[in-house]
Design a protein around this ligand. Structure first.
Ligand code: UDP
Length: 148
């Protein structure tokens, strides 16, 4: 019993991207989420339609990597996860590591499992919301029926 401590039961949206699913890394990603003490609130495998992905990545619209990113994300099933826990948004970003698997620290999902070549930055195994606002928006996109 942890007396006197308060916990923010925050939620985040995590995706195991098509490369992670294809390589059989879904279980390893889920293992790391649960080992850290976060709870799974929702898990669903699906091949996302382009319009959903364009909405999800709206902040990157117009950037050079946007089209290849959407194309890649639509290329096969992803596993969408809502995880909950104390500061889980920041915590999962730490578990995931830097965007570029080459630069991601050992011990992180991308650092340990991300391939530096030939897939480079786009195919980096996981997505995790980067702020409370993004988390709320992204959970609404992927799990519109999920209540508070
Ligand atoms: N991405 C890419 N090329 C880049 C930067 C990003 O293909 O130069 C992809 C990559 O899959 C990344 C996603 O776009 O995970 C979203 O980019 P962001 O900068 O938000 O990185 P993240 O928050 O996923 O680490």
């Amino acid at each position: 019993m942890l007396v006197g401590m308060t916990f923010e039961q925050e939620r985040t949206l995590i995706l195991v991207k098509p490369d992670g699913v294809e390589r059989g890394l879904t279980g390893e990603v889920v293992r790391r989420i649960e080992a850290k003490g976060y709870r799974l609130v929702a898990v669903e495998m699906r091949t996302a339609p382009r319009d959903l992905l364009e909405l999800h990545y709206a902040e990157h619209a117009g950037k050079s990597f946007f089209e290849p990113l959407v194309e890649f994300m639509a290329s096969g099933p992803v596993v969408a996860i809502v995880a909950q826990g104390d500061r889980v948004i920041e915590g999962f970003r730490s578990l995931a590591g830097a965007t570029d698997p080459t630069k991601a620290a050992p011990g992180t999902i991308r650092g340990d499992l991300g391939r530096a070549w030939p897939t480079a930055v786009t195919q980096n195994i996981v997505h995790g919301s980067d702020s409370p606002e993004s988390a709320e928006r992204e959970i609404g996109i992927w799990f519109p029926l999920l209540g508070e």
